[in-house]
Design a protein around this ligand. Structure first.
Ligand SMILES: Nc1ncnc2c1ncn2[C@@H]1O[C@H](COP(=O)(O)OP(=O)(O)OP(=O)(O)O)[C@@H](O)[C@H]1O
Length: 241
């Protein structure tokens, strides 16, 4: 069973006198440990799909099931609790709280969970270590470079060890060298920490990092490569007993 199952997802917006339909019956399966990138022309609905899967903006129709839980039928309050426990969101601009240190910014999601003080400290320290910022824990955002701030944003996204990490243009506001560092980090999150990653990007270099690449156009998803389709099932072909 897929970790994320999207079925028949539809979303339309009224814009002026016309209706735009960025999602027109989207189906998608994401498996545990997958790294998936989504590209497509501006305004096609990539963020709309990402935010639906993240449980932020509900669709008009269709279902999204994550780790066996259908999030599209949850109330707003339940959805907020679900996001806090299961979802890590990496923003284009890190959205750090300027008056909090790196440590305190990363700690924020842990304050919503029922964790002891020592469990919280352990999680925050692990997350800062994973992004290589242990020595910057006491720094305020303005005392860090853009790349370091983005790494704090990533540490905050992973601190609760989420079921799914989504990223909307994670390198979109960074220069080439800093973008390269963040790309390395995204690959490590997936390959070394085993995190399941869905990211939207306009940068084809970033998109290539993902094992699976999708394109959203005309309200539909197109698979640019199909890693799962290439894998023979144990009950078919030469592997069948
Ligand atoms: N809250 C909203 N109200 C009205 N229209 C919206 C809303 N959110 C998105 N749209 C419209 O839906 C379409 C898809 O928007 P979306 O931001 O998902 O596209 P995108 O592919 O992520 O674009 P970009 O690559 O430029 O970030 C666009 O036409 C956008 O204007």
């Amino acid at each position: 069973m897929a970790l994320v199952e999207v079925r028949g997802l539809k979303k339309a917006f009224k814009k002026g006198g016309e209706t735009v339909t960025p999602l027109d019956g989207v189906d998608l399966d994401i498996y545990e440990g997958d790294s998936v990138s989504m590209m497509g022309p501006s305004g096609t609905g990539k963020s709309t799909l990402l935010n639906a899967v993240a449980g932020i903006d509900p669709p008009d129709a269709g279902t999204i099931t994550v780790a066996g839980t259908e999030i599209t039928s949850m109330s707003r309050t339940k959805l907020a609790d679900w996001r806090a426990e299961h979802l890590g969101y990496i923003f284009q601009t890190h959205n750090l709280v300027p008056v909090l240190t790196a440590y305190e910014n990363v700690e924020l999601p842990t304050l919503l969970a029922s964790l002891s003080r020592s469990e919280r400290r352990e999680r925050v320290e692990l997350a800062l270590e994973a992004v290589g910022l242990t020595d910057r824990a006491d720094h305020l955002p303005r005392q860090m470079s853009g790349g370091q701030e983005q790494r704090v944003g990533i540490a905050r996204a992973i601190v609760m060890n989420p079921t799914l990490v989504v990223a909307d243009e994670p390198t979109g506001s960074l220069d080439a060298a800093t973008s390269a560092q963040i790309q390395d980090l995204l690959v490590r999150l997936n390959e070394e920490l085993g995190m399941t990653l869905l990211m939207v990007t306009h940068d084809s270099e970033v998109a290539q990092l993902a094992g699976r690449r999708l394109q959203l156009d005309g309200g539909q998803l197109i698979e640019l490569n199909e890693p799962h389709a290439a894998m023979p099932s144990p009950t078919s072909g030469v592997l069948a007993a």
